[in-house]
Design a protein around this ligand. Structure first.
Ligand code: UDP
Length: 493
């Protein structure tokens, strides 16, 4: 089922999860620090709400993160909410152009001039009217990504504390980043704070005193990351069509975000020649949106040309069904291009490469399918050409998988080359990528060592308590009454 593109604002229901469930992972000391911080934030907020605004409820890293992070905030008795803006196709074409610009490319080649500004502002005006009905003076509003930047003035005018968080960026500015920032700058002059995943992503004009660096996090208990036995992993993947085997309906359970049990029912739309991989065959996986920056086609060609077929390894490129992500209008085109290049592979290579479109009608079920894939993978690739912070990388690390990533953007902060995975300096270097994957397939001991280190780092740095501590510090610094108060002294830098 396609996600219908809505032009209206809508609120996403957020469940409450008790943050104490993190304690077995983070230990009593870290938990106590978190609880003290939560108490201080409740006091500072004094009943005011924390509203997050983005542009899709499912698909991609921001939606993935909000789903679970906000549940812990609610579980800490803080009124955290989530609204998703709507827009027409013209709006999402413009915002995708800005998104691509912030990564440093021309995107679809279209303009970002006066006409685009008009269309952008028109779409957001309708959303602002509905949003203002929800917001009271003093509420903290976190706007996510370029799609929401144009709401900042209206929110500031009604007395909200407005923070704009940008999840994408490029270390070195170029003509396209400058163009995209020039488009956004007039909307963001009055915001109280900026948040970036890395310091290098901040534009020149962002006031350093109001700029905060906060990397994202994952939830270890979500359907995406919860434990799944090797047996259930195999049954789930056989059922959805990604492993050879008995495709009869399995009872592979997963936990929905509301805590209720689910079971995998839908199959994946798989493009393959002949049967799926045998369960014992090594699996290389990249799970990403069908977005040119993820370079799925490059992963495929690097695998086909530079990974020794003698390993008998298969590659799965998995992405959300191309109609499934409301704010991502280029997905179908990127998938089609990948499919055309898959068809052009020599037969033997093609039979080891599988293109998978995961149905998004039920995001928790989709997450469970990706969980099974990541857990089955021998190597997880993230050969992005640019990346803010790869949630996929953090998810793989949490699952003790060795990652082969490009040395770009936030991936460099996540993986130390040779310690938690392997980094390829030039993201366009297919031989280097293929050789890194090949090396790990050849040396399971080394792959296991990297995976073990990766897991330890994910626990230390990529869980929600660290993330929420950093938000709490930011809030204390921005909020008039909290300025100068030390909140969450134990938070990671
Ligand atoms: N993902 C998914 N289904 C897929 C492929 C990816 O749910 O078919 C998820 C993936 O597990 C991760 C998110 O989408 O949680 C992607 O986040 P990331 O930060 O890696 O990249 P973004 O999409 O934000 O650029």
């Amino acid at each position: 089922m396609a996600t219908t593109m809505s032009t209206r604002l809508r609120e996403v229901e957020v469940q409450a999860l008790d943050p104490a469930r993190l304690e077995p992972l983070v230990g009593p000391e870290r938990m106590a620090t978190f609880e003290a911080t939560a108490a201080r934030v409740r006091e500072l907020l004094d009943g005011r709400m924390v509203l997050n605004v983005n542009s899709t409820a499912a698909g991609g890293g921001v939606a993935e993160m909000l789903q679970t992070l906000l549940a812990y905030v609610r579980g800490a008795a803080i009124d955290a909410r989530w609204a998703v803006i709507g827009g027409d196709p013209a709006f999402f074409a413009i915002t995708k152009r800005i998104h691509n610009g912030l990564y440093g490319s021309a995107g679809d080649g279209g303009e970002l001039g006066a006409r685009e500004r008009q269309a952008y502002e028109r779409a957001l005006r309708a959303n602002a009217d509905e949003l203002l009905a929800l917001v009271r003076p003093g509420d903290l509003v976190l706007l996510h990504d370029p799609q929401t930047a144009g709401l900042a003035h209206a929110l500031h005018d009604v007395g909200a504390l407005v923070v704009w968080r940008c999840h994408v960026g490029r270390d070195e500015p170029n003509v396209w980043t400058e163009r995209a920032w020039a488009f956004l700058e007039p909307y963001l002059d009055e915001v109280d704070g900026y948040v970036f995943s890395r310091a290098a992503f901040a534009p020149r004009w962002a006031d350093p005193a109001r700029t905060f660096v906060i990397p994202p996090s994952i939830d270890p208990f979500s359907a995406k990351n919860e434990p799944m036995s090797a047996h259930n992993v195999r049954r789930a993947l056989a059922y959805v069509g990604l492993l050879d085997g008995d495709g009869s309906p399995p009872v592979v359970p997963f936990t929905r975000r509301d805590g209720s049990p689910g079971r995998i029912n839908r199959r994946v739309d798989v493009q393959q020649t002949g049967p799926a991989a045998r369960p014992g065959a090594p699996l290389v996986l990249q799970a990403s949106r069908w977005d040119a920056w993820k370079d799925m086609a490059g992963v495929m060609e690097g695998f086909a040309d530079y990974v020794d077929p003698a390993h008998g390894a298969h590659l799965v490129l998995a992405g959300p069904a191309v109609t499934g992500v409301a704010d991502d209008p280029e997905a179908a085109e990127v998938y089609d291009d990948c499919l055309a290049r898959w068809r052009a592979l020599p037969h033997a290579a093609r039979s080891r490469v599988h293109l998978a479109c995961v149905p998004m009608a039920d995001p928790d079920e989709a997450a469970a399918i990706v969980n099974a894939l990541q857990r089955h993978a021998t190597v997880v690739a993230q050969k992005s050409l640019a990346e803010g912070f790869g949630l996929t990388v953090a998810e793989a690390m949490w699952k003790s998988r060795p990652v082969v990533g490009s040395a770009v953007g936030g991936i460099v902060d996540q993986v130390v080359d040779g310690e938690h995975g392997l980094l390829v300096d030039d993201p366009h270097d297919l031989p280097a990528f293929g050789e890194a994957v090949d090396g790990l397939l050849r040396d399971p001991g080394e792959a296991e060592r990297l995976g073990r280190n990766a897991r330890a780092r994910a626990v230390a740095e990529f869980l929600g308590d660290r993330h929420l501590q950093q938000y709490a510090r930011m809030f204390a610094a921005l909020d008039g009454r909290g300025a100068g108060t030390e909140v969450g002294a134990g938070a990671a830098p």
